[in-house]
Ligand binder design. Structure first.
Ligand SMILES: NC(=O)c1ccc[n+]([C@@H]2O[C@H](COP(=O)([O-])OP(=O)(O)OC[C@H]3O[C@@H](n4cnc5c(N)ncnc54)[C@H](O)[C@@H]3O)[C@@H](O)[C@H]2O)c1
Length: 251
């Protein structure tokens, strides 16, 4: 087993949990960051059951003190940080005319300031090691427009720009920074909005039609790309946005 450490925000569910499982399968010890205590504890047990060490930190990534505490726990327990997956995100619906100010601010606090807090707290360990990899989770909606996602789409577009800026600045420390751009992926988040829609079967069909394969993606298909981007196989890849969208972006 390696002594490598992977930290993932939103690690209790969906893409974050799939990433934790992928890295655990490959011998990484995992730090799970999430606001959902019940699912976070379950995820911790699941990862431990895979024969590696795991710690769940109940932490809201938009809260600086909580993020710093989580980084302190990780440092005390493992003493290093090899991979950081900035994955937790919030989706709020509404056009610029409909979106409430509180929702707008909350979304930006999580989707962008959360990445700043997390990176600011965990990347210094990578700087000390003179090596590391960061993967941010963007979204196809940062590149393709659907109705009434003004705050979400703009925040995900900004994650692409932030990724390139981080990649430029952190290269001197031998830290690579990339971004995955998921299309429609069948996670608890998307399943919830499918089930809440007026016609779930039709909504699922429409989401499937956003891929040239005629289906939604799986969390594992995104986690595989996160793993590649963080691995030494991608040693000359930085500042990139990797589309894991089943071809939505070429349609
Ligand atoms: N599912 C998709 O189709 C899709 C497509 C494009 C992008 N994404 C992005 O992928 C990421 C993960 O989404 P998912 O589909 O796996 O959703 P999910 O709901 O299954 O998982 C998200 C997790 O993040 C946690 N979380 C939310 N706010 C948090 C906070 N402030 N601090 C810490 N944890 C927090 C939640 O508790 C949850 O466990 C998000 O950034 C989302 O925008 C998803």
């Amino acid at each position: 087993m390696s002594n490598k450490i992977m930290i993932v925000s939103g690690g209790a569910s969906g893409l974050g949990l799939a990433a934790a499982e992928k890295f655990a399968k490959n011998g990484y010890n995992i730090v799970l960051i999430d606001v959902n205590e019940e699912k976070g504890k379950k995820a911790e047990e699941k990862i431990k059951g895979m024969g590696v060490d795991a710690v769940f930190c109940l932490c809201d990534i938009s809260n600086k003190e909580q993020v710093q505490k989580a980084a302190q726990i990780a440092r005390e327990r493992f003493g290093r940080a090899d991979v950081l997956i900035n994955n937790a995100g919030l989706e709020v619906r509404g056009s610029i005319l409909q979106c409430e100010e509180d929702d707008w601010v909350r979304l930006y606090e999580i989707n962008l300031k959360g990445i700043y807090y997390m990176s600011n707290a965990f990347v210094p360990m990578m700087v000390e090691q003179k090596k590391g990899a960061v993967v941010n989770t963007g979204s196809i909606l940062g590149y393709r427009t659907v109705p009434e996602r003004a705050a979400y789409s703009s925040s995900k577009g900004a994650i692409d720009t932030l990724t390139r800026s981080m990649a430029f600045d952190l290269a001197q420390h031998n830290i690579r920074v990339n971004c995955v751009v998921p299309g429609a992926i069948d996670t608890p988040l998307l399943r919830g909005s499918i089930n809440d829609s007026p016609d779930p079967a039709e909504t699922e069909k429409v989401l499937g039609s956003k891929s040239v394969f005629g289906r939604m993606g799986t969390s594992e298909e995104v986690a595989n790309v996160m793993y590649f981007l963080a691995s030494d196989e991608a040693s000359f890849v930085t500042g990139a946005a990797y589309f894991v969208d089943g071809g939505w972006s070429i349609m």
